[in-house]
Write a protein that binds this ligand. Structure first.
Ligand SMILES: [Zn+2]
Length: 335
């Protein structure tokens, strides 16, 4: 990771550029004692919700930074934050990944917020992810959001903010992180890899999610997963053999493949209608993609793109993988 000098003289990691405007804005509000008591940070998985929360909290608790500077990364406060032991910060997360956050955990965290902290400092509760609060837990949280203790701020991170009760959403200020363009993230991604020539590919493969792109660039398993998916999708484009398509689908990891399949179908549609490849489509042979698009037509491609979301949902339903793969291969095939 590239470094940049901090006012304290300490070298710190390059700040994620697409998060900078909102980070600075929240930090300035925090310094002025005007941080909302509920901040709902939304955006796709891998877009940097946790990174934003962490850097806002760090800026505000750092013993050296001032103004809207990022935390120094070196003082006691920054170090205890990094170690997850800062006394003014509590992380509320499911006991196991993918499980709900339960009401007892919320009550416990709400009590932490009422304990008297050092005057004038931020006391932060980070809920990661907030869309895993079950209904009772969300209701228990509501009281704290309605009457927050002085100095307390709740950071709710959610990929699916619409799944939160409206009563929770209406008591938070919503900060939505949109997908940055490749130009906005290129240097940040390139600083982290010895293969800067693959940045554009990784970003396309991540479907414009910077943290996932960084994983593809730095983690051999994530790169291999992308290469596997690209191979499967290339097979599907060919689609001359129903059985090999179905077999390829069955080997795939659906929650990873289907969003990429949808991106490929949208690329094919765009190529057909506008004659241009987007960044995701550029990862596939143009002639093959164009042949695939022509054989199906724009309307069918739009329907298939919509359908790919449905296939992803069905993945959690109790259907036979073999039958499902065959039905999908059939739908994608030539008519
Ligand atoms: Zn610091």
């Amino acid at each position: 990771m590239a470094n940049q000098p901090h006012a304290s003289g300490h070298m710190m990691p390059l700040q994620p550029p697409w998060l900078e405007p909102v980070r600075q804005q929240l930090v300035r509000r925090g310094r002025g004692g005007r941080l909302p008591s509920g901040i709902l940070i939304s955006g796709s998985p891998g877009i940097g919700k946790a990174l934003l929360t962490t850097s806002v909290v760090q800026s505000l608790l750092c013993q050296r930074s001032s103004g809207d500077e990022p935390g120094c990364g070196d003082c006691n406060a920054c170090r205890s934050l990094e170690g997850g032991v800062h006394p003014e910060v509590r992380l509320l997360e499911p006991a196991e990944p993918g499980k709900d956050i339960l009401v007892d955990a919320v009550r416990d965290a709400a009590e932490f917020l009422t304990l008297s902290g050092s005057a004038g400092t931020l006391r932060a509760l980070v809920i990661r992810p907030a869309d895993s609060l079950n209904l009772n837990a969300a209701n228990a949280l509501l009281k704290t959001l309605e009457e927050p203790p002085a100095g307390a701020s709740l950071f709710l991170e959610a990929a699916r903010p619409a799944s939160l009760p409206a009563t929770i959403r209406s008591r938070c200020q919503q900060v939505d992180i949109a997908s940055p363009t490749i130009n906005e993230v290129h240097d940040w991604l390139a600083a982290d890899t010895d293969q800067p020539e693959r940045v554009a590919e990784a970003y396309a493969a991540s479907l414009n999610r910077p943290l996932l792109a960084r994983e593809i660039l730095t983690d051999a398993a994530a790169l291999e997963a992308w290469e596997t998916d690209r191979q499967i999708l290339t097979n599907l484009l060919d689609a001359s053999n129903l059985h090999s398509s179905a077999a390829a689908l069955q080997r795939s990891v659906p929650e990873r493949l289907f969003p990429r399949l949808q991106a490929l179908l949208l690329s094919a549609q765009r190529l057909l209608l506008v004659g241009q490849l987007d960044a995701f489509g550029e990862q596939f042979p143009r002639t093959q993609l164009l042949d695939f698009a022509r054989a199906r037509g724009a309307r069918r491609l739009a329907w298939l793109a919509q359908q790919s979301l449905e296939w992803q949902r069905q993945n959690s339903a109790n259907l036979s993988p073999a039958l499902r793969s065959e039905a999908i291969a059939l739908a994608l095939g030539r008519r």
